[in-house]
Design a protein around this ligand. Structure first.
Ligand SMILES: [Fe+2]
Length: 292
């Protein structure tokens, strides 16, 4: 078969498959599937995909599915490491003055989170450098948003989330609610960089292409309030070695924050507080009506 014959046969096949979706009742489903087929066929032609490569791909996707359960989401990892999650994020969350930028959800958000009072220590038994976090949630024009829910989750000092440790209770994750001034605060520990789970097919893919699996240190935030788009983001700690090579491409300059050093002293209640790091951050929520 000449290259020209292959191309014309392939085009005919592609158009036949595209036409097979023409009567789909849902126009959006029709649009998405027809475009998917066109791009998938073009991709196979572009790389001249061999049968063994096709079999490898089927095996890879099968293994990816087998790695998934209620605590491990290998498909999200695959999407993240291909930059696909950040692309979808960019399509759906255009920048807007006065609002916080979004980034990937990641595979370790396990709702519902237990609601805790302001000032709680979410680190539990986890050891590490104490970190005090205070935050305020505002409208784009700087007005406080009261009674917003704020979900927080992060890894421990070894780079693991609680759900990665069998038998571990909920730890380093909690829900808070903003007060009348849109504020909240809690104690935690300084997060460290960590590898995404790389004992599965996604890890093998990274290894095969010489990519490391690390993410720079960060704390996850998800913030919601009726009338506003739910914000899914992280705060990344300035100075981390992996800020410019995040395995999932999630870093945005606006989300890099500096921790300040606080000396030991007494708090407003007269309690002794040891030396610690401190983070104070303002989040801006986007009104739902302004969604792109
Ligand atoms: Fe994370």
């Amino acid at each position: 078969m000449t290259a020209q014959t292959l191309k014309s046969d392939a085009n005919a096949l592609t158009e036949e498959v595209v036409a097979s979706f023409a009567n789909a009742e849902n126009p959006r489903l029709r649009e998405v599937l027809q475009s998917l087929v066109r791009h998938l066929h073009a991709f196979a032609l572009d790389v001249n995909l061999s049968m063994s490569e096709w079999e490898t791909a089927i095996g890879f996707l099968t293994q990816t599915g087998h790695m998934c359960d209620d605590k491990r989401q290998e498909f999200i990892l695959l999407s993240d490491t291909l930059g696909f999650s950040m692309l979808v994020d960019a399509i759906n969350h255009r920048s807007m003055e006065g609002t916080t930028e979004t980034t990937v959800l990641g595979p370790f958000y396990v709702p519902p989170l237990k609601e805790r009072p302001h000032g709680s220590d979410i680190a539990g038994a986890s050891q590490g450098t104490p970190l005090h976090v205070s935050a305020q949630v505002l409208t784009p024009d700087g007005k406080p948003i009261a009674d917003a829910w704020v979900d927080v989750w992060q890894s421990d000092d070894d780079g693991y989330y609680d759900v990665q440790k069998p038998g571990q209770e909920e730890n380093l994750r909690a829900r808070f609610r903003t007060d009348a001034e849109g504020r909240l605060s809690f104690w935690s520990i300084v997060p460290t960089f960590y590898p995404i789970p790389h004992d599965g097919p996604v890890g093998k893919m990274l290894e095969a292409v010489g990519r490391h699996p690390y993410r720079p240190a960060h704390i996850h935030f998800m913030i919601g309030k009726d009338g506003y788009d739910t914000l899914v983001t992280h705060l990344f700690i300035a100075g981390d070695d992996y800020l410019h090579s995040d395995a999932v491409f999630g870093v945005k300059e606006q989300l890099i924050v500096n921790l300040t050093d606080e000396e030991a002293g007494w708090n407003a209640s007269g309690e002794r507080i040891g030396a610690h790091k401190s983070l104070d951050h303002t989040f801006g929520l986007r009104p739902a009506a302004a969604a792109s």
